[in-house]
Ligand binder design. Structure first.
Ligand code: GNR
Ligand code: NI
Length: 182
């Protein structure tokens, strides 16, 4: 069972729930997610919960891994008005331009820490939507950064894996102290 912090009702009248976001160094964040094969109503309900959890936390993306669901599902909203959700099920990407982009990344699973990470600037995403329909798109800028950050979560990878062990261990001990205090 998942811990549920709040319950409320979406515009369609279905029950939605905020899920707890796992925090580094929780080992469950290291789980490799498995592909989605069942595109039923429980997938739609899970995606609703992910969107609600992402918006409530103020994030631009959320991977299912972060709420301890180890299936290959992402939600993203990089719009200014926070009203353009994008859903990716079983996403993969290929690098379509060798140029890299340095971006100051944050992560809801590593709250309070920001690190500059270099990633491919332009990627082509192949994915399915919430109904199982295949699509692809070329992503640039913050969308490209965010999708790569989220696919890393599905593979058990975190942005702190790109920085030095010294910095990572400092972040780990600060977060562990904060978690013990709760
Ligand atoms: O909210 C988020 N902001 C962000 C900023 C720069 C690069 C990546 C991100 S993703 C992050 C939400 C999150 O942790 N998703 O996994
Ligand atoms: Ni993250």
């Amino acid at each position: 069972m998942y811990p549920i912090k709040l319950l409320h009702t979406s515009t369609t009248g279905t029950l939605m729930a905020l899920r707890t976001i796992l925090e580094f160094p929780d080992l469950r964040l290291r789980t490799i997610a498995t592909p989605v094969t069942d595109f039923g109503s429980s997938l739609e309900a899970l995606i609703d919960d992910m969107l609600e959890t992402m918006y409530s936390a103020g994030g631009i993306g959320l991977a299912a891994t972060q709420i301890d669901v180890h299936q290959r599902i992402l939600v993203i909203d990089v719009s200014e008005d926070r009203n353009t959700p994008q859903v990716f099920v079983n996403p993969t990407f290929t690098i379509s331009d060798q140029e890299n982009l340095d971006y100051d990344e944050g992560c809801l699973s590593i709250p309070g820490f920001y690190e500059t990470i270099s990633r491919p600037k332009t990627v082509v995403i192949h994915s399915q939507d919430q109904h199982g329909k295949h699509f692809h798109l070329e992503a640039n800028g913050i969308l490209a950064v965010c999708i790569q950050h989220e696919i890393d979560h599905l593979d058990g990878k975190l942005m702190v894996d790109y920085i030095s062990r010294l910095k990572r261990d400092r972040i780990r001990s600060k977060l562990e102290k904060k978690q013990k205090a709760l």
